[in-house]
Design a protein around this ligand. Structure first.
Ligand SMILES: CCCC(=O)SCCNC(=O)CCNC(=O)[C@H](O)C(C)(C)COP(=O)(O)OP(=O)(O)OC[C@H]1O[C@@H](n2cnc3c(N)ncnc32)[C@H](O)[C@@H]1OP(=O)(O)O
Length: 290
C-alpha cells in the first residue's frame, strides 16, 4: 500500500479516529458557503435536514460538510427520533461538492481527508436508528447522488434526475456512494451507471430500484413535495419509537454485516421490544390485524 493509502486507512480506522475527525472538521470548516439546517420535531419524531446553498444549487461546501457531520452527531443523541428527510432548498437536491471548495483541495491528501470526513458522516447517517428519506427534486449530482444512497429511501419528483457524474470529472465516487449503490441495486447496474456518468430520470431510477417512489406533481395540488414526503414517512414510522429504532438496527445490520453476525444482532435486538409496554398494550387490546 502507498503511504497515502496507509495514512488513509490509519485515519479512518485507528484508535485516534475521533481526534483526527475533529482536526479534519476544522480543516474543512474554513471553506465557507451555504449551510445545512436541522429541525427536529419531537412530536412526529421526524428530523428534516435542509441543504441550503441555493446560489450554488445546494452544492456542499467544506463548512456544509462539517455542518452535516455535526447534525449526524446530534441525531445520534436524539431519543425521540423515528424518521429523517433530507432535501434541498428551492426544489433542487444538490449538485455535489462545491466546486469552490473542490478547486481549493485538488490534491490527493486533501481529497483523502475530505473522503474520510464524508465517509464517516454518511456511514453514521445511514446507521442512524431512524428511517431516512432523500427527497430528490431537481437534480442530485455527484456527491449529491452519493448522499441520497446514505438514506434508506429515495422519493423523487417526476422531473427529478440522479447523476453519478464523477467520471466526467476524471474521478471516482468519493463519499462511499459506490459501495452503497452496489448494496442498493447490485454491482452490475451500479457499474453501468457510474461508468457512463449519465443522469437517470425518476422513472429510470424507479425501474432499477434506486428510487422508492415518484411523487406525481400536480399544479393544482397545494401540498409541497416536502409535505407529501412527511406524510409518506409517517405511514412508515407509526410504530413505537423503540420498535422503529430496533427495526432499523436489524435492517442496517443485514445490509452491512456478514450473515451470521446479522442474525446474532437480530437475536439480540428483538427481545428488547418483546414484552415491552407497547407490545403488552397491543396484546391487551386484541388488535385485529386486517
Ligand atoms: C466531491 C464529490 C464529488 C463531486 O460532487 S464533484 C462536483 C460534481 N458536481 C458537478 O459537477 C455539478 C456541476 N454543476 C452542474 O452540472 C449544473 O450547475 C447543474 C447542477 C446540473 C445545474 O445546472 P443549471 O440548472 O443549468 O444551473 P447552473 O449551471 O446555471 O448553476 C447555477 C449556479 O450554481 C452554480 N453551481 C452549480 N453547481 C455547482 C457546484 N457543484 N459547485 C459550485 N457552484 C455550482 C453555478 O456555477 C451557477 O452559478 P452562477 O449563477 O454562474 O454564479
Amino acid at each position: 500500500m502507498s503511504t497515502i493509502e496507509e495514512e488513509a486507512s490509519d485515519l479512518i480506522f485507528e484508535n485516534g479516529h475521533k481526534t483526527n475527525l475533529d482536526k479534519l472538521k476544522s480543516k474543512f470548516a474554513k471553506y465557507s458557503g451555504g449551510s445545512v439546517k436541522l429541525i427536529k420535531d419531537d412530536e412526529t419524531g421526524i428530523a428534516t435536514i435542509n441543504l441550503d446553498n441555493p446560489s450554488r444549487k445546494n452544492a456542499l461546501s467544506g463548512s456544509m460538510m462539517t455542518d452535516l457531520y455535526n447534525i449526524v452527531s446530534e441525531l445520534e443523541k436524539w431519543d425521540k427520533g423515528k424518521g429523517i428527510i433530507i432535501y434541498g432548498t428551492d426544489g433542487f437536491f444538490s449538485s455535489g461538492g462545491d466546486m469552490n471548495t473542490v478547486k481549493e483541495i485538488d490534491n490527493c491528501v486533501d481529497g483523502r481527508d475530505m473522503g474520510i470526513l464524508m465517509f464517516d458522516t454518511l456511514q453514521r447517517l445511514q446507521a442512524l436508528p431512524m428511517i431516512s428519506v432523500a427527497l430528490v427534486e431537481g437534480k442530485a449530482i455527484g456527491g449529491g447522488a452519493e448522499l441520497t444512497t446514505a438514506c434508506d429511501f429515495r422519493l423523487m419528483s417526476k422531473s427529478a434526475k440522479i447523476g453519478f457524474v464523477h467520471i466526467k470529472l476524471g474521478i471516482t465516487v468519493s463519499w462511499g456512494g459506490g459501495t452503497r449503490l452496489v448494496q442498493i441495486i447490485g454491482s452490475h447496474k451500479a457499474l453501468e451507471i457510474i461508468s457512463s456518468g449519465r443522469q437517470l430520470t425518476a422513472q429510470e431510477a424507479l425501474d432499477i430500484g434506486l428510487a422508492t417512489h415518484i411523487i406525481e406533481e400536480s399544479p393544482e395540488s397545494k401540498k409541497s413535495n416536502l409535505d407529501y414526503t412527511k406524510e409518506w414517512l409517517l405511514e412508515h414510522i407509526g410504530g413505537p419509537t423503540s420498535t422503529i429504532n430496533a427495526l432499523k438496527t436489524i435492517i442496517h445490520s443485514a445490509r452491512t454485516l456478514p450473515f451470521k453476525e446479522s442474525l446474532k444482532r437480530e437475536l439480540e435486538t428483538f427481545p428488547k421490544v418483546w414484552g415491552s409496554p407497547p407490545h403488552k398494550k397491543a396484546l391487551s387490546m386484541n388488535i385485529k390485524l386486517r
